[in-house]
Design a protein around this ligand. Structure first.
Ligand SMILES: [Fe+2]
Ligand SMILES: [Fe+2]
Length: 166
């Protein structure tokens, strides 16, 4: 799709996000399975459910715009997920892997926060209040997911990782 107008740009960003979220639907269960800490497992499982809702919300947005819900390969998310998968293969200490999974997941959340924040502002500038509102709902969920991961790292997971002897 060639991007000429701001409307095109918004649609392009939304299609990128749609692909990013769909990749995450597959990655989050693997991350939950790889995690040792029960709270971290729950955080990933809960965010997997939220992510399904975010996919549905993007479909509502495409509907509002009168456009087909089509995904455009998101190279950035593919790269972030690949790095996470490498960690799962390479890190053999469960406590350290938990800390690594949080860093990988927070990178994902920050990418999503940036993308949804930008898309919401584009929608807002185009006067698409209903679209901006839906994007804002997902943005709030991504920020909450990031805060939860941060709290888990500080409260327990990074401390547990420190107990691993060299
Ligand atoms: Fe998401
Ligand atoms: Fe997310």
């Amino acid at each position: 799709m060639s991007v000429k107008t701001t409307n095109d740009l918004l649609l392009d960003e939304l299609r990128d996000l749609y692909h990013a979220e769909k990749q995450l639907l597959k990655a989050l269960p693997k991350m939950a399975k790889a995690a040792k800490n029960a709270k971290l497992q729950d955080a990933f499982t809960h965010h997997r459910e939220e992510t399904q809702g975010q996919v549905d919300r993007l479909e509502q947005v495409f509907d509002l715009l009168g456009k087909a819900a089509r995904a455009k390969r998101c190279e950035a998310m593919a790269g972030l997920i690949e790095e996470g998968e490498e960690m799962m293969e390479e890190i053999t200490t469960p406590e350290v892997l938990d800390a690594a999974l949080i860093t990988a997941a927070q990178k994902v959340e920050h990418y999503e926060i940036a993308s949804y924040g930008s898309a919401r502002e584009l929608a807002d500038s185009l006067g698409l209040a209903d679209v901006a509102k839906l994007l804002d709902e997902t943005l709030a969920e991504e920020k909450a997911a990031d805060s939860k991961l941060n709290a888990l790292a500080i409260q327990s997971i990074n401390k547990a990782a420190l107990t691993v002897a060299a």
